[in-house]
Design a binder for this molecule. Sequence first.
Ligand code: GAP
Length: 485
Amino acid sequence: MAETNIFSTLIAHCKEYGFVFQSSEIYDGLSAVYDYGQYGSQLKKNIRDEWWKSMTQLNENIVGIDAAIFMHPTTWKASGHIDNFCDPMIDNKDSNKRYRVDHLIETFAEEQEALGNKDLAAEVIQSMEKLLMVNDYPGLKKLIEDNKIKCAISKTCNWTDVREFNLMFSTQIGSVAEESETIYLRPETAQGIFVNYLNVQKTGRMKIPFGIAQTGKAFRNEIVARQFIFRMREFEQMEMQFFIRPGTQMQWFEYWKEERRKWHVSLGIPNDKLRYHNHVKLAHYADAALDIEFEFPFGWKELEGIHSRTDFDLKQHQLYSKKKIQYFDNDINEDGRPYGNYIPYVVETSVGLDRLVLTILSLAYEEEKWNKEDGTEDSRVVMRLPPKIAPIKLAILPLIKKDGLPEIAKDLMNECKQSFHCFYEEKDAIGKRYRRMDAIGTPFCVTIDHQTKEDNTVTIRYRDSMAQERMPIEEVRKIVEEKIN
Ligand code: GAP
């Protein structure tokens, strides 16, 4: 099946099996906003928990916080987001459709590559990157016109000038109109960490190098909303700011780049589906940056950003708040003196939780076909989710709804649900129930049958191999626990 077909099938599957729904669907939805259903929200939580554990439990020098979404408006002036968090946009005069310039050109390059015009594709991307570096907006417009890049709707090349568009959402705080103040929905969670740097460093008696981690919602008024939960207007980030001594940023940048890639692999993402992409145009706060990209069904795209943010943010907050944000480092340097006072430098790791969910879902989804012993064909859709993050770990299925089998199954359910998520079902033929569990990625099913009443054994069925084996009922909980840990 073509990659784009697989992607649309995956989107349909996510809806049919309760992973992801279009937000406010009964009102025809809201563009680029999605809701997670019963299995999607659990999958997302499991991934978030893995990240949280890897950062705050496995690293003794990283602590977690949970800052508010609303922040003092000066935060965004200080951080540079009011002045710089903009994307160059262009409108098509015939369709009135607005495009992010880099997306418009990238889509054109992808089409050319698919048509075999690899040199042209590379040349266009190279020119775009050079022009973006120096904010040459007339040059970008000329590039679009010279290559006759058309609007997908009007199919014309009738473009406005390239303009900047700020991506932050704003709202008002205060009940009386005259006294209200404009505040912003945070476009990144990182600033909640920076403004709490002093609080955490002092109350936690943190010693450099140390990190502060946070997960939470971020909001961006993305103009080109596309590719399902890849690019959303409301999304969730998992960010960690690592505070370090000035001058050591490249060493820590390399360290975190490797660590984060290893973490993705530990989550079950094949290493050859990941690659690094160095930024050509750096964000206003960075002196080095790269993306960890994943090969999504629609091509290689950013999954996580690693940024060396220098002392930009803390310095700016010191300037705007007029509060001294300094660290006294009493470690001894090469000259035999303490390093003394400085504003720490920062290396940031920032991964989109929704993009990670999409990564995991697209790797897990498989349509499988095989020949049965009688020569006929059988098939199934299976989500090969890694057991440790699968929403349901164990399905407990009495073979029939009578003869005391449901009672035994419910006892097992009551025992196992203390340790992990279980699903109980007694309706439909057992084969049908297995298929439903395959479709949501449940790694283990146990069936309680008449033999269970005789010898206290059950059949455990493994999702991936579909192999079945008998085991004592009292071992089920332990076996599943071992496999999911
Ligand atoms: N604090 C740094 C920062 O926000 P970023 O590269 O703009 O850096 C970090 O974003 C990560 O957040 C991205 O790698 C991506 O996974 C996720 N992300 C950014 N915009 C997103 C969007 N509109 N929808 C979903 N995820 C997004």
